[in-house]
Write a protein that binds this ligand. Structure first.
Ligand code: TPP
Length: 543
């Protein structure tokens, strides 16, 4: 068979369902081999859209999402979203065509050293320079992408190699089993937790990746330790659970910081430092930190670990919970109550443009608890992270490692393909929306039903918020928008413009009940941003 056919057989062997991408001249053989494969190729309108689809598909399925481009400009278009997957620890395999090996040694049309470029944004980057290494390269790319800590891999496939003849077969797929934590560190962690006066948990996305949310809730419940989660770990403990304190990660002092100040032992579980810098919650550097994760901790002056429990998170939690003495009372409960009071405050607000809190209230009301929201990056993300209640993990996807704008809309396409039975909503700013709105066409062509909720402030809201907080004035952040309703309709999608607060909930319900792509243009009142900064700045800790 042709090397390209063997390559496709290897992808099938990895269980690949979809490849998101754009064909090019240098991957013709792979594209042709896909004609004989059950793998579905999803033709996108930009390689960045393809890679974000793969990124979110990977987060939701725990299997590597796959994206493909041609050489040179196609591959550099993949780069941002591949980096996003890697820093957010989402499993992804990116594949790029390449010129024939007879012209890689010199300046040549569209040729870039892709293997080197991608080696900086992936866990594993490789070139297929001879056909007989295909089974190993593909197996290794998937193994690396799907192994803790999960991330991105890259494969460069020159066109002349793809056309060569080869007789070979894929390697057997075996999933590595996470090791047991060392007994000594389990005992030490249990002793520190037992001796603590006011312990607190900070849970991160590693718990989601390990599928350890039930063990986390059991751990918190049995030992009576309250849980704060990071942006990427929303729903890790159901928000309705009395031990749930809410989401930490705002860059200003928030209720949860009162908890971190009060706690003497902070139990970090599946926490990646890239999400929420420790100097923001541990500026004093004097608390006892227990690190429970699949991998040893990153080095950071504000993250001095007293004991590291490294290994399978589920086992670690079960074993520590068996050994540690449960605590009494729940001193941090007022933090949860203060947040809930704030969440409820604007539920009946009729002002227009609509306040962020009210948009979130209506969105939560319109969606079922298992539906999926993909959040873009901006001020809307800060509000959603802080105030959107989640009862299940992976129901509010947030990019908070690389935090790239433009993920939400293509991410929603990936989410819908991964979980077709759930409603999917992309929550995005007006700027992030236009970064990848071309993928509306992809969604329409695929016949996907999804909702895009645009928080329209005609500006780069988050940057304006930071400028106002830092300098008391804003600059270079204002722009105009096209008519989003006409824009949606030009794709054949449904377009809605919200003109008063009372319209939002019925519009969301109508859009969610529809079988097509719906774009909702919702004017937002970001006057609330600085009000929140001021309120939190003047806050007296409720504990
Ligand atoms: C690709 C990319 N470019 C720039 C940034 C920096 N950035 C973060 S948020 C933001 C503004 C986002 O504006 P918008 O999408 O309208 O959302 P809003 O903040 O108004 O809610 C910018 C420019 C980024 N994170 N990613």
């Amino acid at each position: 068979m042709k090397a390209a056919e063997l390559f496709v057989r290897c992808l099938e062997n990895e269980g690949v369902e979809f490849i998101f991408g754009i064909p090019g001249e240098e991957n013709l053989h792979v594209m042709d081999a896909l004609c004989e494969s059950p793998i579905r190729f999803i033709t996108t309108r930009h390689e960045q859209g393809a890679a974000f689809m793969a990124d979110v598909y990977g987060r939701l399925t725990s299997r590597a999402g796959v994206c493909l481009s041609t050489l040179g400009p196609g591959a550099t278009n993949l780069l941002t979203a591949v980096a996003d997957a890697n820093l957010d620890h989402a499993p992804l395999v990116a594949i790029a065509g390449q010129a024939g090996t007879n012209r890689l040694h010199k300046e040549s049309h569209q040729v870039l050293d892709l293997h080197s470029i991608f080696s900086h944004v992936t866990k594993y980057s490789s070139q297929i320079l001879t056909p007989n290494i295909i089974p190993e390269v593909v197996r290794k790319a998937f193994k690396q992408a799907q192994m803790e800590r999960t991330g991105a891999s890259f494969i460069e496939f020159p066109e002349n190699i793809a056309s060569m003849e080869i007789t070979d077969s894929p390697l057997r797929v075996k999933h590595p089993i996470a090791p047991e934590p060392a007994a000594e560190s389990v005992q030490r962690a249990a002793a520190l937790i037992s001796e603590a006066r006011t312990p607190m948990i900070l849970a991160g996305n590693g718990v989601v990746r390990a599928g350890a949310w039930q063990q986390l809730t059991d751990f918190a419940e049995r030992l009576n330790i309250p849980v704060a989660n990071t942006f990427m770990a929303k729903g890790i403990i159901p928000f309705k659970h009395p031990m749930a304190l809410g989401t930490a990660g705002l860059q200003t002092h928030d209720y949860l910081n009162c908890g971190f100040e009060r706690a003497d032992v902070i139990v970090c579980i599946g926490y990646d430092l890239v999400e929420y810098h420790p100097h923001l919650w541990h500026p004093t550097r004097d608390r006892c930190i227990i690190h429970i994760a699949s991998a040893p901790s990153e080095v950071d002056a504000s993250y001095g670990v007293s004991v590291g429990v490294v290994g399978d998170i589920k086992h670690s939690l079960i074993r520590i919970a068996e050994l540690a003495t449960p605590h009494q009372g729940h001193l941090l409960r007022p933090l949860r109550e203060a947040l809930i009071t704030e969440m409820n405050q604007h539920r009946d607000d009729e002002s227009f443009p609509i306040k962020p809190q009210k948009i979130i209230w209506d969105l939560r009301t319109a969606l079922d608890l298992e539906d999926v929201v993909i959040c873009d990056v901006g001020a809307h993300k800060m509000w959603m992270a802080r105030m959107f209640r989640c009862e299940y993990p992976n129901t509010c996807i947030i990019s908070n490692g690389f935090a790239s704008m433009g993920i939400a809309l293509p991410g929603a396409v990936g989410a819908k393909l991964a979980q077709p039975d759930r409603a999917v909503v992309a929550v995005t700013g007006d700027a992030g929306f236009l970064m990848n709105s071309q993928e509306i066409e992809t969604a329409m062509r695929l016949g996907i039903a999804m909702v895009v909720l645009i928080w329209n402030d005609r500006g780069y809201g988050l940057i304006e918020w930071k400028q106002l907080s830092s300098f008391g004035r804003a600059s270079h952040v204002r722009f105009t928008n096209p008519d989003f309703v006409t824009y949606a309709e030009s794709f054949g999608a449904r377009g809605y413009r919200i003109e008063r607060a009372a319209d939002l909930l019925p519009t969301l319900r109508a859009a969610l009940a529809d079988s097509t792509v719906s774009i909702i243009d919702c004017p937002v009142d970001y006057g609330e941003n600085m009000k929140l900064t001021q309120t939190l700045g003047e806050m007296i800790c409720p504990i």
